[in-house]
Design a protein around this ligand. Structure first.
Ligand code: IPE
Ligand code: IPE
Ligand code: MG
Length: 255
């Protein structure tokens, strides 16, 4: 296959339904080129577009990307400001195209700390694309896994306070329903670029049984070949969910 041609999904390959990505390494990518960090973030937006296209091609139902963590406010104020600007302009630029591709866009995280204009754009993008069904594209912004669990617990406690629920009724399923992404299948594949092997407070609850894939490739360099390699690695794994290998093989044989 010539390199310019996008890879096609092989029907025989098991594809993840939901992919979650920590897009890391933008700053280092820029530094290697003696460019300001924001140039790396801008190049990173192109990688998001590429991966989105590939998810649509492969029939993947959900893509969730970590764009800004609750800890990223600790960065220099100038970088934070530029990241907010980039988020706003990228949303404005991309949303129509996403809509045309039947993509549902959603932002998870505490958006109350964002500039009002950005909050409005987020709401508009969500409203415009709410009925789309080819792919759910979730951007985690001012998101933290601990924040997510905390907000779910707070809302549950409020139900108990109002007398709608007894504490003894709280189960994993019930709590799960209050978390962000409650309506999506849990991520099957987690990818982190940029060489770091940590979760950095991303989807703590939802990653309980996700397959992890780490690569040294910096996010702006993460191309179609890279994503294909990640999905191939996923396809080669046996997911046992606590069972033995023999049980899984028997179950597969029965299908
Ligand atoms: C990830 O790239 C993007 C964000 C956290 C916004 P980084 O900015 O963390 O890049 P490195 O890790 O410094 O290379
Ligand atoms: C994680 O990347 C957050 C995002 C990609 C948005 P960081 O680069 O901020 O993570 P740490 O601080 O190195 O763990
Ligand atoms: Mg980083």
């Amino acid at each position: 296959m010539p390199a310019s041609q996008p890879p096609r999904s092989q029907p025989s390959m098991v594809m993840p339904r939901h992919v979650a990505i920590i897009m890391d390494g933008n700053g280092r990518w820029a530094r290697q080129r003696r460019m300001p960090r924001i140039a790396g973030h801008r190049a990173g937006v192109k990688s998001v577009r590429r991966v989105l296209e590939q998810c649509l091609e492969y029939g993947i139902e959900a893509l969730t990307v970590f764009a800004f963590s609750t800890e990223n406010w600790r960065r220099p104020q100038k970088e934070v400001g530029l990241l907010m600007d980039l988020f706003l302009t990228s949303l404005e630029r991309e949303v129509q195209r996403l809509h045309q591709h039947d993509v549902r866009v959603r932002i998870i995280g505490d958006r109350s700390r964002f500039p009002a204009k950005l909050q409005n754009r987020i709401a508009e993008a969500e409203r415009l694309t709410a009925g789309n069904s080819a792919l759910t594209f979730t951007i985690a912004a001012n998101y933290g896994g601990r924040w997510d669990i905390t907000q779910a617990v707070r809302r549950l406690a409020e139900s108990v306070e109002r007398g709608e629920l007894r504490a003894g009724q709280i189960s994993e399923e019930l709590l799960q329903g209050y978390l962000e992404l409650a309506d999506l299948p849990e991520p099957d594949l987690f990818i982190r670029t940029g060489g770091e092997q940590r979760v950095s407070n991303f989807l703590l609850w939802q990653l309980a049984y996700t397959e992890f894939y780490f690569t040294d490739t910096l996010w702006p360099d993460f191309d179609k070949e890279s994503f294909l390699a990640a999905t191939e690695s996923f396809a080669a794994r046996e997911r046992r969910f606590g069972r033995t290998s023999e049980q899984v093989e028997r179950q597969q044989g029965a299908q």
